[in-house]
Write a new protein. Structure first.
Length: 524
């Protein structure tokens, strides 16, 4: 039992807090085997002092190895073997019953193997001619047994980590599993067609995510099958690595691995607009206590199975008192089950919600009550206006303008409503930023509030069946430059100092685009 670990962390991170226990601080006893390496386990901090990239470690009895690094954290109960670093072994994967192309490197029965030609799933190393042994896996130089928190120490650790997470300055990015299908903007390609999918292998993949600039990545979306209430994928080929037939992009595995390498929290987002239409999916899983219990079990299991650090619920939107009651119950139950799971491996699993920016709908998520259970309110402060309206306006303006019919439907008002009306701590409120435009068609005047047909205009990022004028930032940036270079051109880029937001008007096409740029994001 880790009876002293919490005291060490508390003293280090919460100056001025009075400790109620008089138990002496002490390092917990380590268990080592053959340890002449100078490495020392600190079970109160979950680290091995002296561990560097000159080492590699395994917590599955040598089936796979990871290169060491200083302050590597080993949470929960686990046995960790440390060996001197070997690049071939550290980069190899454990052999599983799947097919392998020639030249693969795998670890099997404490040895590194390679195959000279294709190996079928039933052809294991050592029993088929294409496999040859490269070397034995080296013996470890030390073995350490870590232990998890128990009792009140486990409770205290969860509370302390929650406070740390909630006070963290965050930059959250959503990675959508359809990103790889989006073709990069090609101004010289008149044959561009979204429905053709990826052109020349372009698209936005996990390797493109700027992990050095974010603290969280939300993977969207896992969805709920409204007919069964089961959590499922809307694109299993993109989400997973199907080792049965060798297909699949394995975006989830890539995102969670890269997030871990960069100390970024990876969250699985469940729901989304398409999965929330008429609230059918969430209505199904909250219909009875039994259905909710099954769904929350499944959500937490999915998070654990795929190495996520938390869950993000995107229910768009609870809109009556019955759904309000069920939304609160859902958040409470998820928080409780995440805490139980976290106590098993000394981890605080995060819980966030994507929520409305409409002051008319906020009450139906019971913000003050739900705040007790969640770490972030990811406020969707975008899509305020678009081609679905009959007059132009900002889709993500910071402040209201003279032409706005609803003066509280903007970024600043939405955040104030959560903070001042519902008393949500500002460190839990996240402002949504839009890296895309909303377009208006048949606009005769390039002014805010000008009449629009109420019909959407086509955009590069549009669903072909739901045009919305979605142009990505890099295309908008080019349009800004074009407008500024030639003031006589039909294209005009303007800045609205009331809303602190930009817009572009194309007089020839009679199209109006509202969007965010660097200046508007700085203003926010």
């Amino acid at each position: 039992m880790k009876t002293t670990k919490w005291k060490t962390l508390l003293a280090a991170s919460m100056a001025g807090f009075t400790l109620l226990s008089s138990a002496p601080l002490q390092a917990f006893a380590t268990e080592t085997q053959g340890n002449n390496s100078g490495l020392v386990m600190d079970d109160t901090s979950n680290v091995i002092n002296g561990l560097t990239d000159a080492h590699m470690w395994s917590n599955d009895n040598g089936a796979s190895w990871t290169r060491g690094k200083e302050n590597q954290v080993f949470k929960g109960t686990q046995k960790v073997i440390v060996a001197n670093y070997d690049e071939q072994i550290a980069s190899a994967q454990p052999w599983t019953a799947r097919s392998y192309a020639g030249g693969s490197m795998v670890i099997y029965r404490n040895a590194l193997w390679t195959n000279s030609y294709w190996a079928e799933a039933n052809q294991a190393p050592g029993s088929a001619p294409m496999w040859s042994k490269v070397k034995d896996v080296p013996a470890g130089i030390a073995t350490f047994n870590f232990n998890k928190f128990t009792g009140s120490a486990a409770d205290d650790y969860q509370k302390a980590q929650a406070e740390t997470v909630q006070k963290q300055e965050k930059v959250i990015g959503y990675f959508a599993n359809w990103q790889g299908y989006k073709t990069d903007y090609e101004p010289n390609n008149p044959s561009y067609n979204y429905s053709q999918g990826i052109v020349d292998g372009q698209g936005y993949d996990p390797a493109d995510v700027p992990f050095d600039k974010i603290t969280h990545v939300n993977y969207g979306f896992m969805i709920i099958d409204p007919s069964t209430g089961k959590l499922t994928s809307n694109d299993a080929w993109a989400d997973f690595d199907d080792t049965v037939d060798g297909g699949g992009k394995n975006y989830i595995g890539q995102i969670t691995d890269m997030a871990d390498e960069n100390d970024v929290a990876a969250m699985v987002s469940i729901g989304g607009w398409n999965n929330s239409v008429n609230d059918m999916a969430f209505d199904v899983v909250t219909k009875t206590p039994e259905k909710m219990d099954a769904f929350t079990d499944e959500a937490v299991k999915f998070m654990l199975d795929h190495n996520f650090d938390g869950i993000d619920i995107d229910w768009e939107y609870p809109d009556n008192n019955d759904r309000k009651t069920k939304f609160v119950a859902l958040m409470k139950q998820l928080r409780e089950k995440l805490t139980v799971a976290g106590k098993e491996n000394d981890t605080y699993y995060q819980l966030s919600i994507a929520v409305t920016a409409s002051h008319e709908k906020m009450e139906f998520i019971a913000p003050e009550t739900v705040s007790e259970y969640v770490d972030n309110f990811n406020v969707m402060t975008y899509d305020f206006r678009g081609g679905f309206d009959t007059q132009t306006g900002h889709h993500s303006g910071l402040y209201a303008t003279e032409t706005d019919k609803d003066k509280k439907f903007n970024v600043s008002s939405a955040m104030k409503e959560y903070s001042e009306t519902y008393n949500i701590p500002k460190n839990k409120l996240m402002v949504g930023m839009s890296y895309y435009s909303r377009g208006f068609a048949n606009v005769e005047s390039g002014e805010l509030g000008a009449p629009s047909s109420g019909a959407p205009v086509g955009g590069t990022w549009d669903d072909p069946y739901q045009p919305a004028g979605l142009k990505p930032w890099w295309q908008l940036k080019d349009l800004e430059a074009q407008a500024n270079e030639d003031p006589n051109d039909s294209l005009v880029a303007k800045w609205d100092d009331q809303a602190k937001a930009p817009y572009i008007y194309d007089a020839d096409a009679k199209e109006f685009y509202s969007y965010d740029n660097i200046q508007s994001i700085q203003e926010k």
